[in-house]
Design a protein around this ligand. Structure first.
Ligand code: IMP
Length: 205
């Protein structure tokens, strides 16, 4: 059997490494975080999740000369014109906490005199694989998780905006789900499912 192909994960997030390693486990790849090559994080200057994932993957490819996988994700609220969007991680400032970020969402909805009645929102995650920094055909997969924003945060599991996000058809927030259930339903889970199939096909061509 041939050696697994080394692929750089364009992230220094250990949680993502573990999650993706498990999900991509059946593919013949050895996923290694970019910190192994001391790759610094690039500026995420894109205005879409796809552009930012592509920036991260291309940056890792060009510094390591290896294939790379990157992801980008966030929360989109149509009543806030798509905010927090690609700025989800730093919505209330560069070093803002999760609570500061979701509190700003709630206060912006109040400021805009928006009601919390059926305030639709969705999480989006986009995954990208590039075989090299000039790869003209990146493997791309996007997952969406629909829900709505509630006024009173609930739950202590998960991270980010989970306490104010009520998934469609559910009575508990994303922060009240246990990790295994969230990992089955989430935008990242949906993106990864399709990504595994697309990447498997690419690796076999
Ligand atoms: P990144 O993909 O690690 O850059 O995450 C972007 C930001 O989006 C996170 O810091 C969170 O604020 C938010 N986000 C992404 N996925 C989730 C999720 O599953 N739950 C809650 N917030 C999330």
């Amino acid at each position: 059997m041939s050696e697994p192909k080394q692929v750089v994960l364009a992230s220094n997030n250990q949680h993502k490494l573990k999650e993706l390693k498990a999900l991509l486990g059946k593919l013949p790849i050895d996923l290694v975080p970019q910190s192994r090559w001391h790759v610094p994080s690039p500026a995420e200057t894109g205005s879409t999740f796809f552009e930012n994932a592509l920036i991260k993957a291309r940056h890792a490819c060009s510094l390591t000369h290896l294939p790379a996988i990157a992801d980008d994700s966030g929360l989109v609220i149509p009543r806030l014109d798509g905010e927090p969007g690609v700025r989800s991680a730093r919505y209330a400032g560069e070093d803002a906490s999760d609570a500061e970020n979701y509190s700003l969402v709630l206060s912006n909805l109040v400021d805009k005199q928006e009601t919390f009645d059926d305030c639709r929102a969705y999480f989006c995650a986009t995954l990208v694989y590039l075989s090299n920094s000039n790869d003209p055909t990146p493997v791309i997969s996007t997952g969406i998780w629909h829900g709505r924003i509630i006024e009173q945060p609930r739950g202590s599991n998960g991270f980010g905006y989970d306490p104010v996000f009520l998934p469609i058809g559910m009575a508990c927030t994303a922060a009240e789900l246990d990790a295994s259930e969230k990992n089955r339903l989430s935008h990242r889970a949906r993106a990864t499912l399709e990504f595994v199939q697309l990447l498997e096909r690419r690796l076999n061509t």
